[in-house]
Design a binder for this molecule. Sequence first.
Ligand code: CP
Length: 327
Amino acid sequence: MSLPVHLQSRYLPLGDQRTGRLYGQDVLSVSQFCRDDLEYIFGVAEAMRTMVAHIGTVDLLKGKILANLFYEPSTRTSSSFAAAMERLGGSVIQINEVRYSSVAKGESLPDTIRTLESYADVIVLRHPETGSAAIAAQHGRKPIINAGDGIGEHPTQALLDLFTIREELGTIDGLTVTMLGDLRYGRTVHSLARLLSLYNVRLNYVAPEILRMPAELLEQLNAKGVHQAEYDTLDPVMAETDVLYVTRVQKERFADISAYDAVKGAYVITPETMARFPSRMALMHPLPRVGEIAPEVDSDPRAAYFRQMEFGLYVRMALLAMVLGKA
Ligand code: CP
């Protein structure tokens, strides 16, 4: 996502900032990060993981309040941000169903943000419209963390995805990452591809014709010299794949349900599929899954998706601590 010009000075690569990394800043797009920032975030996330394992909860953010504002359904992002805040000793205002808030009476996003920042120190926002997090940041004084803006970006998911790849395979440079499924509407793959472009990787995109990766994103990464290749079947890329990142076909983004029905079962990962991948690789999925990965695959040691969602807690703890100036 390109940031509006009036916001760009707020999102210099973090290494260029004069204050602590991320302190007081919004997290809107992966475009705001450089590799050095990522290493720092992952270091803090590792410390959070150790802390949770040994102590469980600390008082680092005692007295701080998170407003968790979700205009779209969520299990992982919403609950992991809430758990992250509570594990750090803070409190949470949870608005999971905006229809029970004044949004149902027609309140605008800027007014809702102005309201919540009167009570909270940081706002996590999921919204169906691309660019909504940037609009919220434009109208707000407190940090906004983008928890998914339509088909735009899901930057905190991409951070936890990268953390997972590092944990599972020990490196990111030199890997071949194959993204499978709904690459058109899947905001997680949009953010992950952009973040991976900071590394020396090869990206394969496997999707039905109508769900191909957006041309704009392909061009952006092409201009950066990233090796990218598109396919409509997994067969040619199985042997070279280090990470297979599977996504759900996003039914809620289709205007024509018959078009959804035509592609919804296009790819299903089974134990037979997994037998054709290298013995050392990682199978990832942002979840929820709705049939793209058979439950029989869950016991495969390469199935990393449940570990991946756990890592989201540590990465989000790191982000909250950093944004609030405590890391
Ligand atoms: N991966 C992810 O964003 O999951 P939720 O929709 O459950 O938050």
